[in-house]
Each structure stands twice: as C-alpha cells, then as structure tokens.
Write a protein that binds this ligand. Sequence first.
Ligand code: ZN
Length: 271
Amino acid sequence: MRPVVIAVAITGSVPRKRDNPAVPITTSEQIESTHEAFEAGASLVHIHVRNPDETPSSDPERFAQVMEGVKRHCPGMIVQFSTGGRGRDPSARGSALYLKPDMASLSTGSVNFPSIVYENSPALIEDLATKMRENAIRPEIEVFDLSMIHGARGLADRGLLDEKPHVQFVLGVKNALPAREHLLDILVGELKRVLPKATWTAAGIGRHQAEVMEWALARQADGVRTGLEDNIRVTRDAGAAGWVRLERLANCSELICSAVCNNGAQGRNHF
Ligand code: ZN
C-alpha cells in the first residue's frame, strides 16, 4: 500500500465565519481545528493567519502561535505556512519564514482569480524561494497553470530549488484552470517531463474538491488536500467537529484504497 499525505487547509484567506461558522479564525481555534483534522488522519496543515476582523494577516507572531500549538498537540504533523497573496502586502508574504516551518507554499507565476490578478512577480518568487532555501524550508510549489511548472524548473536551474520539489496542482479556481480530469493528466505529464523526481498532490476548489481527490489518488498522487480553505461546505452539515469527508478519506471507504500517512512521522518520511 502506498502512503498518501492528507493535507488540511484549515482557514485560507477568503472564507469568513458568515460563510461557515466552523472557519477557524483565532489562533486557538486554528490549533483546535488542526487537532481535529490530525485525529481524523491529516498529517500536514496549511496555515494562513487572520486579524481579529477576519482579514488576512502576515503577522509572524500569529504564525508562531499556531505552529507552537500544532507542534504541542499534533506531534510530528508537517507545518506549512502560506505565502499566498490575497489581501496581504507582497513585501510581508515571506515575513514569517524565519520561524522555519517544515514547508511553505510558493506560487511560481501569476494567474487570474475570480476578481483579482494573483500577482507573483519574478522578483517576489525568487525572494521567497531564497528565504525558504536559507531557512531549510521545503517549498510546496502551487501550480495554477502549466507555465508554473516551468517556473519551478527555472528555480531549480538557478539553484533555488532541489530536483525533488513537492508540487500542488490547483484546479477549479474561477478564471484559472477548470477542474477537468484531462487537465490533471496534462499537468502530471508535464511535471514528469520537467521535474521527474517531484512529489505531487492536487487540490480541487469548491464543489470539485472530492472529485479532484479521486482523480489524484487514481494517478498515484503522493498526497491530497481537504479543508475549509478550498471548500466551505466540507462541514456545513456536520458542524465544526465533522470533517466527514476527511474521515471518510482516511478510512478509504469510498475512494481508491491507499494507506494514508495518518501519523506525522510517516508523512515526513514521504515528502
Ligand atoms: Zn492557502
């Protein structure tokens, strides 16, 4: 059985309490939410932090609090900080990397989102990649478009990325790549050509979350991603303690059966 890392994106930068009261906003809510996911089988947490008014924050102190709580309550879980851009000053997006989380997200290009341009200039990408390298942080390359695979290749050519990066394909963001199964094939095929040793996962946004997980598992992905960042309806029916889909995935009941890395150490060995 192949191990699969389940990543949980607990908060994101968009969903608010009014969308789903289960969205964790305070650092203590975030730690609690991560712990629920950990108990359900997640071995990686993707973290955005928020201000008290729920707007996105880059405050290193908040990142530090969440990381500290996760390390205490979820031993071995992989901690990944977002360096994503929505609602954050570009110059502050890497400001928490000195805390040396295990991983951090890194988009290697710009793309249209539902109402904005998600802007990642070559200089910003290089700066974030350099900070990750200096702090021994493993990047998760966020791929919204085919060109971003080549952006990652360029970083590797310049010595800013090793030959075995971890890559996440994101499908189903309005105005970016739609969630279509053949597009995942094209992305995975290109990755195998360009960075053949890379590990990969895929995230489906909104109603596409479950189907993208199934497509990824059917293609021997190294991981899948769940959580309220991508789909605010995950726990709408079940309430905050639900994590229904995640638990179902961990138990492999309806999906192609793969062993999950349901403890942190296993996840760490895998990436
Ligand atoms: Zn994110």
